[in-house]
Design a protein around this ligand. Structure first.
Ligand code: GLY
Length: 587
């Protein structure tokens, strides 16, 4: 049965560094401003200094945090540091950091000017077809969109980071790439998590000789913690970008290597696909929540739309009075999440190809209409909302970083190759992994993807189209000033994870690290269950079950990397203890 109010009303609604699990430090920066080293570089920019602070970087890998922080210390701005971090993560964290994938970035100037979104999501190759992941009988062949060369979308990361630097940075691409090239060529000391990841994904990755050669030792074992891991081919690939700009990736030797890889294995990406790839400037989704301005990612990500939609529903409830993670809070959050994810399945896709009613979905009127459908005492079965079938949950690996500079400029960036290590396929001779982002399309309308997310017509495969995402880089402003910079990996859980950090700060008045660390919950409509992390009390679970919810305890969700800018300009970092290499550092 369709949930009718949604259909009706959408149309009408106007319209210290932390070594993570080992040590997490919430940084409070009270240092005086350093001498204005960057004044020469930044001359002409209209930045308003934030009183009494310098800058902060929060990423999922300490080495990336360190090199980005160094950029800030040397006078670079938040975008210089962001692009440096993005390329460094492509070297140090191959399971999610990437040049073979894509993502989304929000940039919020410290002077209160408009927030900008940069969409560098992968695109379907020109030869892609609606039924490419189905067999002759129209049945979905699941692994074709996940572990074959056809799984790869045309990568967007290099073009996106280059565009972001060009628009808002002060460094040359060569300078921003220098730390990544050094880390790739000279190597870095492998942390436990690096070894664990390659151990877990061994069977999947070692099917591909170039992946085996690039990421494992000669005997096939992964590099061990404490050992130095070098990537000479990746260093050469990055050097070509440093020398030639984005063309050094989308044309010439690297492009030829990608296309040869495709031709050897029946893949679809051509030289023209690469040459034609362009990132896009988008209008971020904007909403308000209890006096705060919420900016988040617009389609082709669903993230911003549904964060704002859920916040609009929840604004009518006294969440602070209900209490953090009380049964009342979780019940109302889960009911709101359920409604939003049902809409995601039906309406969301790439706005360059389909009309998405973002304005209606994010309107207060629609939020109010949805709120009226929520019973405060009983769970609304998902089957009454719309039928569907859940799929298996794959391990999601995406990565987020947040950066604030001394001028209060903020960057919130989430990028990915989809699964851990993406498709598992390394471009031979180029040393980087290809994404398997084509799985984020609906292989067939109504069929779930790897995250159990149902997609509709709006997200069917079409040549040149961007596949729907959940990535939600988010920036919250208060009184016109940047206040909270946040985002997370986590596949379908990205939206709800990021949402809960906003709720924890705004409703529950938590400090930055507590907001990041607190146990999370998630409901995505299908499967019809509230997934919780450890740390929610059994009493609460019982109360939820009494309301008719199925509650399932799962593994940790997401890896938020956040920064909060207090009204006096003090910066607070929140690095997620769910990742052992997370780090928030300031100077
Ligand atoms: N690949 C996960 C996402 O973009 O949401």
């Amino acid at each position: 049965m369709d949930r009718h109010p949604l259909q009706v009303d959408i149309g009408k609604a106007v319209s210290g560094r932390s070594l993570a699990a080992k040590l997490i430090i919430t940084l409070t920066l009270l240092l005086p401003l350093q001498p204005a080293v960057a004044d020469a570089i930044l001359e002409g920019q209209r930045h308003h200094p934030v009183k009494g602070v310098n800058g902060m970087v929060a990423t999922s890998h300490t080495l990336a945090t360190e090199v980005a922080l160094e950029v800030l210390e040397n006078g670079g701005n938040a975008m210089d540091a962001a692009v440096t971090a993005g390329f460094a993560l492509a070297v140090t964290q191959p399971r999610s950091g990437n040049i073979g994938g894509g993502g989304f970035m929000l940039y919020a100037p410290g002077n209160g000017e408009a927030v900008e979104a940069i969409d560098y999501r992968e695109k379907a190759p020109a030869a892609a077809t609606e039924t490419m992941f189905q067999d002759q009988d129209g049945n979905v062949v699941p692994n074709r969109s996940r572990f074959t060369h056809k799984a790869a979308g045309v990568p967007g990361t290099v073009a996106g980071l280059a565009m972001a630097l060009e628009r808002h940075g002060t460094l040359s691409l060569e300078r921003a790439l220098a730390p990544a090239i050094k880390l790739a060529r000279d190597g870095f000391t492998v942390p436990d998590r690096f070894t664990e990841g390659l151990e877990q994904a061994r069977d999947r990755l070692q099917r591909w000789p170039a992946t085996l050669d690039t990421f494992y030792k000669e005997d096939g074992s992964p590099w061990q913690p404490g050992e130095r891991f070098r990537q000479p081919e990746l260093a050469d690939t990055l050097q070509r970008i440093a020398d030639q700009g984005a063309k050094g990736f989308y044309e010439g030797e690297t492009a030829a290597l990608i296309v040869e890889e495709m031709e050897r294995h029946d893949g679809l990406i051509t030289l023209d696909d690469l040459k034609n790839y362009q990132p896009k400037i988008r209008q971020p989704v904007h909403g308000t929540y209890r006096g705060h301005d919420i900016y988040s990612m617009s389609p082709p990500s669903s993230g911003g739309t549904h964060i704002v939609q859920i916040l609009n529903i929840l604004e009518g409830y006294p969440l602070a009075g209900f209490g953090h993670n009380s049964a009342a809070s979780i019940h109302h959050m889960a009911e709101a999440m359920k409604l939003a994810y049902a809409d995601r399945a039906r309406y969301l896709g790439d706005t360059d190809f389909v009309d998405v009613p973002v304005e209606g979905l994010t309107s207060k009127a629609y939020g109010e209409a949805l709120r009226k459908t929520i019973d405060p005492d009983r769970a609304h079965p998902s089957s009454d909302i719309q039928a569907g079938n859940p799929g298996a949950h794959e391990s999601p690996e995406t990565t987020h970083f947040s950066i604030v500079d001394r001028w209060g400029n903020a960057v919130s960036n989430t990028y990915t190759i989809n699964f851990s290590y993406g498709s598992g396929i390394t471009v031979a001779g180029a040393g980087f992994l290809l994404n398997n982002e084509m799985d984020d399309f609906s292989a067939k309308p109504g069929e779930p993807n790897a995250y159990g997310l149902i997609g509709g017509e709006a997200n069917k495969v079409e040549p040149g189209k961007r596949m729907l995402s959940s990535m939600s880089p988010t920036i919250v402003r208060r009184d016109g000033r940047n206040y909270l910079v946040t985002g997370s990996p986590g596949g379908s859980r990205i939206i709800t994870t990021t949402l809960q950090v906003v709720l924890n700060v705004v409703d529950h008045n938590m400090n930055m690290q507590s907001a990041v660390s607190a146990p999370r919950i998630h409901h995505q409509w299908l499967p019809d269950e509230i997934r919780i992390e450890q740390g929610i009390s059994p009493d609460t679970v019982r109360l939820l079950e009494n309301k008719g919810h199925k509650v399932v305890t799962g593994s940790a969700m997401g890896a938020i990397q956040s920064i909060l800018i207090d009204s006096d300009g003090t910066l607070y970092g929140g690095a997620d203890p769910r990742r052992s290499t997370s780090s928030a550092m300031g100077y």
